[in-house]
Design a protein around this ligand. Structure first.
Ligand code: NAD
Ligand code: WQD
Length: 336
């Protein structure tokens, strides 16, 4: 069965392609390579034995999408393509709204035209905004994300909900990821941020490899057990399996929302400590002021995904740091 994977050469998309192939699906990638490299498809082949068909193209280009739908009998779409840097979205709101929202609209229109009505969308825990209660559960009202990136995810969720209200023959799954980290255990694919990493794990591995001198831990006076922020880290291979579970889930004529997280909160200092155990030495790090916009603590209630899709995380923090480090060590310059 052919699955169109938008943004399939990116971090989560590439791991999902491996899992799709492993489960007998045929992923077809469309990616404009604004944040990834085509060599990823070679690596996917090295891992899984099959190279996904690759279309170089932008999802805002209707002609390309129509060509893809005409040339391939696509069953479903997994929609990863988008811009994802929270801080950058504050300085480039128009680019983020254009890419993420307009891109999703063009994709949905092309799907409708091709009569492909099953979509799995990469949403984010950011749509919860600030909630009075932790863990976050899907029945909570969404909040008010404070930046264009988060708003773009919330708007796309609303667009998909409105689409379903109007046309009940769609099958729509909104997956709200918590904090994806880790890499495929082969060390052949992983997260390859351009420039200075925004996220904790790639920053840690770049310090470990000697690319950056020291990790700044943002804030030590939060109301958390050790004063640093608490998040729900999820191994990218567990996340990839969550997409296949969503594909296998009987969701015809329905819209469903799932949190994809481990259900467990981990502090920044706990991540560093787990990393140091695998690394075998101390990591240079220092406390720095709080980063604007960071929430003190949140994690997922992931019971719904377990009950309905039979999915739950299997990999632990130890696997996440080990695989992140293995990827970085084997690819000091990322994909070259
Ligand atoms: P990524 O940047 O590694 O992958 C996104 C891919 O989409 C890249 O390969 C990029 O080149 C491509 N792309 C971007 N705009 C495009 C366009 N207009 N047309 C075609 N291709 C385009 O990011 P990722 O971490 O793999 O994230 C995938 C999705 O999951 C994104 O939508 C992101 O917002 C969402 N998400 C990510 C996280 C995270 O922490 N990584 C958390 C929650 C949600
Ligand atoms: C994790 C913790 C930082 C870097 C972001 C997006 C979210 C989702 C996932 C897309 C925080 C601390 C970080 C550093 C640090 N993405 N930190 N030093 O902010 O929880 O979530 O990615 O949807 O929307 O906001 O992830 O990895 O940036 O931070 O101390 O150099 O690590 O303060 O507590 P975050 P992160």
């Amino acid at each position: 069965m052919k699955i169109l994977v938008t943004g399939g050469s990116g971090y989560i998309g590439s791991h999902t392609c491996v899992e799709l192939i492993d489960q007998g699906y045929e992923p077809i990638i469309v990616d404009n390579l604004c944040n990834s490299k085509e060599v990823v498809t070679d690596r996917i082949k090295e891992i899984s034995g099959k190279r996904p068909k690759f279309y170089l193209g932008d999802i805002r280009n209707q002609t390309i999408l129509e060509k893809i739908f005409n040339e391939n009998e696509i069953d479903s779409v997994i929609h990863f393509a988008g811009l994802k840097a929270v801080g950058e979205s504050v300085t480039k709101p128009l680019e983020y709204y254009d890419n993420n929202i307009y891109g999703s609209l063009v994709l949905l229109k092309a799907m409708k035209k091709a009569n492909v009505k099953k979509i799995i969308f990469s949403s984010s825990a950011t749509v919860y905004g600030t909630q009075p209660i932790i863990p976050y559960v899907e029945t909570m009202q969404t909040g008010e994300p404070t930046q264009p990136y988060g708003r773009s995810k919330l708007f796309i969720e609303k667009i998909l909900q409105d689409l379903f209200k109007a046309e009940k023959n769609w099958s729509i799954t909104l997956l709200r990821y918590f904090n994806p980290v880790g890499a495929h255990s082969s060390g052949l694919i992983g997260e390859d941020p351009q420039g200075i990493p925004n996220n904790l794990m790639p920053y840690i591995t770049q310090v470990a490899i000697g690319k950056r001198p020291s990790l700044a831990v943002f804030g030590n006076d939060y109301n958390t057990p050790d004063g640093t922020c608490v998040r729900d880290y999820i191994h990218v291979m567990d996340l990839a399996k969550g997409h296949v579970a969503a594909l296998n889930n009987n969701n015809a004529n329905n819209i469903q929302i799932f949190n994809l997280g481990s259900g467990k909160g981990t502090s920044v200092l706990e991540v560093i400590s787990a990393f140091e155990t695998v690394f075998g030495k101390k990591l240079p790090w220092h406390f720095a002021p709080r980063r604007e916009g960071d929430l003190p603590a949140y994690w997922a209630n992931a019971d719904k995904a377990k009950q309905i899709m039979g999915w739950q995380t299997k990999l632990q923090l130890e696997d996440m740091v080990k695989d992140s480090w293995n990827w970085q060590r084997n690819n000091p310059q990322g994909f070259v």
